[in-house]
Write a protein that binds this ligand. Structure first.
Ligand code: IPM
Ligand code: MG
Length: 352
């Protein structure tokens, strides 16, 4: 097949990890006979520096003309003035919103070799295989904001349609898994959560009666993720809760550098990025873990291009590289030698 992919490397370790993602993508093209045409675009801090805006119109136009987008990370200390009107993160939020990517899929699995990389006990991690579906373009991130010297506000709004479409996506995914759906909210306090809970309940009852549905309050969910993570299958939740819970969930896997994500809308076009940030403390040193980005490439192949066999091949190649002990510093056991970003990428290509 032919596909056009926009690469937005972004800031910090973004260019280092996307270089390995595209290396793997090219290898998949060669091995399976596909033509992937890759283009580069500007997003985030680098776009602010060169174009004065975090999401230049050219980038958005290129994104709309692509089949999929691979993104590194945005942000860094250089642009970190909290009072600044232009921030790298705005670019990320705007591209998600402009492309209508309301469902953010963040799978968490644990490679047996990396059980020791987590701060949690091995017996707690046994059997963990969960998927967080985070609503991505609504809620408090996008509600009306006000700022005055002594008062500031961020409004959290959801409509029933916004809830329904993301919960429906989560239900579809749960059907292909263990058929358990956990909807996370704060319905004991928030009106937006009460709406979320009612719509979810109605939808699942009516359209997905084969699923087991539970509602869990977000504070309790944060605790259960650390106490009994293996009990979760698919978790669906609103934007900010999903942001927070997935950073917590990354501890299960051992490192933020291992978790991929896919952001999807109604059509096949999606945006794929590691859930980690720009990691300015290690940027430019060639030691960032590229596996989260490479696993995001696998999700890109699966969800935007429909190439399941290729996606599975990439996932299995990463797994074999980890088996062989090809580990960057974030996950290498104490005393064991750590590989560079490039070496980890090369090991995946070899395993392919
Ligand atoms: C994420 C990030 C972003 C978010 C930031 C960089 C805006 O934390 O993708 O989880 O909050 O969505
Ligand atoms: Mg986050």
């Amino acid at each position: 097949m032919k596909a056009s992919i926009l690469v937005l490397a972004g800031d910090g370790v973004g260019p280092e990890v996307t270089a390995e993602g595209t290396r793997v993508l090219r290898a998949v093209g060669t091995k399976f006979g596909h033509t992937f045409s890759l283009r580069d675009g500007l997003l985030g801090g680098i776009a602010i520096d060169r174009m004065g805006t975090a999401l230049p119109a050219e980038t958005l136009a290129m994104a709309r003309a692509s089949d999929a987008i691979l993104l590194g990370a945005v942000g860094g200390p250089k642009w970190d003035d909290p009072m600044a009107d232009v921030r790298p993160e705005q670019g990320l939020l705007a591209i998600r919103r402009e492309l209508g990517l309301y469902a953010n899929l963040r799978p968490v699995t644990i490679h047996p070799k990396l059980v020791g990389a987590s701060t949690l006990r091995p017996e707690v991690l046994k059997g963990v295989d969960l998927l967080v579906v985070r609503e991505l373009i609504g809620g408090i991130y996008f509600g009306e904001k006000t700022r005055a010297p002594d008062r500031a506000s961020d409004l959290c709004v959801y409509t029933s349609d916004e809830v329904r479409r993301v919960v429906r996506r989560a239900c579809e995914l749960a059907r292909g898994r263990r058929k358990k759906l956990t909807s996370v909210d704060k319905a004991n306090v928030l009106e937006s959560s009460r709406l979320w809970r009612r719509i979810t309940e109605e939808l699942v009852r009516k359209e997905y009666p084969d699923l087991q549905l539970e509602h869990v309050l977000v504070d309790a969910c944060a605790m259960y993720l650390a106490r009994r993570p293996a009990s979760f299958d698919v978790i669906v939740t609103e934007n900010m809760f999903g942001d927070i819970l997935t950073d917590e969930a990354s501890v299960l896997a051992g490192s933020m550098g291992l978790l991929p994500s896919a952001s999807l809308g109604d059509g096949p076009r999606g945006l794929y990025e590691p859930i980690h940030g720009s990691a300015p403390d290690i940027a430019g040193r060639g030691i960032a873990n590229p596996y989260a980005t490479i696993l995001s490439v696998a999700m890109l192949l699966r969800y935007s291009l429909g190439l399941e066999k290729e996606a599975a091949a990439v996932e299995s190649a990463v797994s074999r590289a980890i088996d062989r002990g090809v580990l960057t510093a974030d996950v290498a056991p104490p005393g064991a030698p750590a590989v560079t970003t490039v070496q980890a990428g090369q090991a995946v290509v070899e395993a392919l």
